[in-house]
Structures are given as structure tokens and as C-alpha cells.
Design a protein around this ligand. Structure first.
Ligand code: IPM
Ligand code: MG
Length: 357
């Protein structure tokens, strides 16, 4: 039997609640499937550790994670610790240290969930956003001079490399090719930004020649927000820079009914390092400890993890269970339900056990 080593990092806010729910569903799947095992190690890294020791994770944190097949991540962010510390202290060193350059964010309106665009007749909104995850606006390149003085300056430089853009473009074209519509939209801002963004457009045109069966078009990011709302059926696979895709994926999540259902996978497509799977929603301090966090995004990202590990049947089984439970109306308040995290999780585990496919 195959055993996969999983590093669980629940971290902050509702992270521990949703990761516990995700692990419970994964446990039910292992039993139901019988073909694989997950060997889970949980790490207590996060803001609590930062308060005690001054560091979100140990110095050799990424070295410790290297031995794992995948990382199952909750959320970072705490009201009393600056966001750039929590982020650059844990999540970004893992993404960038393990060169998880493809961030994959599927969107779909799950049964039973009502989209704010329900009246537009938008179908099931089946999109995948591919976010460049290693450079661009998140390169951490910049600085501040003359701090606190009237002449203070701050720079935040975006870095776009030919290697970085080419590899994410290939990933996105390949993903588009694997989907029924074989259609990719390349998002930039190459009217106002004349260098890196124009290079994106040029590389998209070059890489497209390797994928003659994929149709593609280009959008400026501002116009893209309008197209997502007004003409959602015209989109399928989308590729954009680190920051543009960050923003567009929040919009996609909202259009699908709630950020509480939106998953993300931070993938090293070359499989040199473990990839990392997490819900998009973040630590959500307003509802932490209330037991009402929506575990669906974490279930969905657990399905992405199983897919990546080579267990597509278990991944599909998990998504079928989630869809059944949503369709039955067992949902948390963020998507209009009255169930809590435990009830949704138990219903999903029950649906996994009961499935006879
Ligand atoms: C996301 C989040 C993060 C990001 C935040 C927490 C910095 O918004 O995963 O989309 O921008 O990458
Ligand atoms: Mg975001």
C-alpha cells in the first residue's frame, strides 16, 4: 500500500479548525479507499510560536519539510502581529523556497450555493486561475530610505524573468489543453506597464505555438474584472501575475458564493520539492473559535492534494461527497446555511463512507 508523508501546518486563526476537519475527511477516505495511507505530522508553527520565540518557524523549517510528499496548510495572520511578518515568516518562504511556482485556483459554483450573479445566468462558473507564484510583485525586491523623514521613499519592484514567465505560461497552456474547452485567457496590464508586462504578452505568443490546439486571448486586468462579472461563460483557464491573480481569485471566490469554499494549490510542477495545499480564506479572526468556519475550501484543497499525489479516484470521491453535502443544504453560515464546522465535516465523512461507486 502506498503511504504518503503529509506535513500539516494548521497555524493561525481558523486554520486549526479547518485543517482538523480536512484531516478527518482524509481519514475517512483512506478507510473507504483502502489503497493508500497518509502519515501525518503536525507542526505547531505560526503566530503563537512567533510570540514565544520571535520566529514563525524554526530556522531549518523548510529543511524539515523537504522529506514530506505534501504540505497541508491552514492560514497565517494574527491581529497583533504585522501581516508582512506572518506572511514572510512562514508561507512565502515555503512557496518560494520550494519553488512552488504554479498557484492553481479552481472556481466552481457548488450545488446549493447561490452566486451573487445568479441572475446573469452564468452556468457553473467552471474556471481555473493559474497564478504565477514565485516572482512578479511578490519578489520582495525593494526598500525604504530616509525612514520617517519627509523625503522618505519606498520602492516595491516587480521582477519578471523570462524563465519565470515561460514556465508559468507553459503550465497554464498545458492545463488549458487538458480541459474540455482548451481555452486560455492571458491577463496583463501591458498598456500602462511597458516592460515586464509587454514581455508577458510576447512570451504568451511564443509559448502558444507549442500548443496549436489551445485557443487563447489576452485581457487587461481592469477589463478582466468586468468580463468576469458580465460575461463569465466566456472564460475557462486564466493565467496572470502573482498580484493580478491574487486579486482576480478573490473576485472569483466571491462570484462563486464565498471565499469559504475557494481552495488553492502551490505546486512545484517539477516535483523537486513538496507542494503545498491550503484554503484561500485566511485566518478569519472574526469567527475563530466559534466552530462555524467553512471547511469546504479545505476539503477541496485536500482533493487537489490527493490529485497531485496520484490518487485521483479518492480526490473525485471527496469532491462528490462535498457536492452532495452542499446540495443537501448542510452548509455553514457564510454560504447561507446554519450548520457548524463539525456538522458539515461529519456529513462529508458520512457521504464518503456511504458512497458505493
Ligand atoms: C492569498 C492571500 C495571500 C496572498 C495573503 C495572505 C498575503 O491573499 O493567498 O491569496 O496575497 O498571497
Ligand atoms: Mg488573496
Amino acid at each position: 500500500m502506498k503511504t504518503y508523508k503529509i506535513a500539516a501546518i494548521p497555524a493561525d486563526g481558523i486554520g486549526p479548525e479547518v485543517i482538523a476537519a480536512g484531516l478527518q475527511a482524509l481519514e475517512a477516505l483512506q478507510r473507504r479507499d483502502g489503497g493508500f495511507m497518509l502519515d501525518v505530522t503536525t507542526f505547531d508553527w505560526g503566530s503563537e510560536r512567533y510570540r514565544k520565540t520571535g520566529a514563525m518557524m524554526p530556522e531549518d523549517g523548510t529543511a524539515q519539510l523537504k522529506a514530506f510528499d505534501a504540505i497541508f496548510f491552514g492560514a497565517v495572520g494574527a491581529p497583533d502581529v504585522p501581516d508582512h511578518i506572518t506572511l514572510w515568516g512562514l508561507r512565502l518562504p515555503i512557496c518560494q523556497g520550494f519553488d512552488q511556482y504554479a498557484n492553481v485556483r479552481p472556481t466552481r459554483i457548488l450545488p446549493g450555493i447561490v452566486s451573487p450573479l445568479a441572475d446573469v445566468g452564468l452556468g457553473d462558473l467552471d474556471w481555473v486561475i493559474v497564478r504565477e507564484n514565485s516572482e512578479g510583485e511578490y519578489s520582495g525586491h525593494g526598500g525604504r530610505a530616509h525612514k520617517g523623514l519627509p523625503e522618505e521613499v519606498g520602492t516595491e519592484v516587480s521582477i519578471f524573468t523570462r524563465v519565470g514567465v515561460t514556465r508559468i505560461m507553459r503550465y497554464a497552456f498545458r492545463l488549458a489543453q487538458s480541459r474540455p474547452r482548451k481555452f486560455l485567457t492571458v491577463v496583463t496590464k501591458s498598456n500602462a506597464q511597458r516592460f515586464g508586462m509587454v514581455m508577458w504578452d510576447e512570451i504568451a505568443a511564443e509559448v502558444s505555438k507549442e500548443f496549436p490546439d489551445v485557443t487563447w486571448d489576452k485581457m487587461l486586468v481592469d477589463a478582466m474584472t468586468v468580463r468576469m462579472v458580465k460575461n463569465p461563460r466566456s472564460l475557462d483557464t486564466i493565467v496572470a501575475t502573482n498580484l493580478h491573480a491574487d486579486i482576480l481569485s478573490d473576485l472569483a471566490g466571491a462570484l462563486a458564493g464565498s471565499l469559504g469554499v475557494a481552495p488553492t494549490a502551490n505546486i512545484d510542477p517539477e516535483r523537486r520539492y513538496p507542494s503545498m495545499f491550503e484554503p484561500i480564506h485566511g485566518s478569519a479572526f472574526d469567527i475563530t473559535g466559534k466552530g462555524i468556519a467553512n471547511p469546504v475550501a479545505t476539503f477541496w484543497t485536500a482533493a487537489q492534494m490527493l490529485e497531485h499525489l496520484g490518487e485521483p479516484a479518492a480526490a473525485k470521491r471527496l469532491m462528490r461527497a462535498v457536492e452532495k453535502v452542499c446540495a443537501d443544504g448542510v452548509m455553514t453560515p457564510d454560504v447561507g446555511g446554519s450548520a457548524n464546522t463539525r456538522e458539515v465535516t461529519e456529513a462529508v465523512c458520512e457521504a464518503i463512507r456511504a458512497e458505493n461507486i
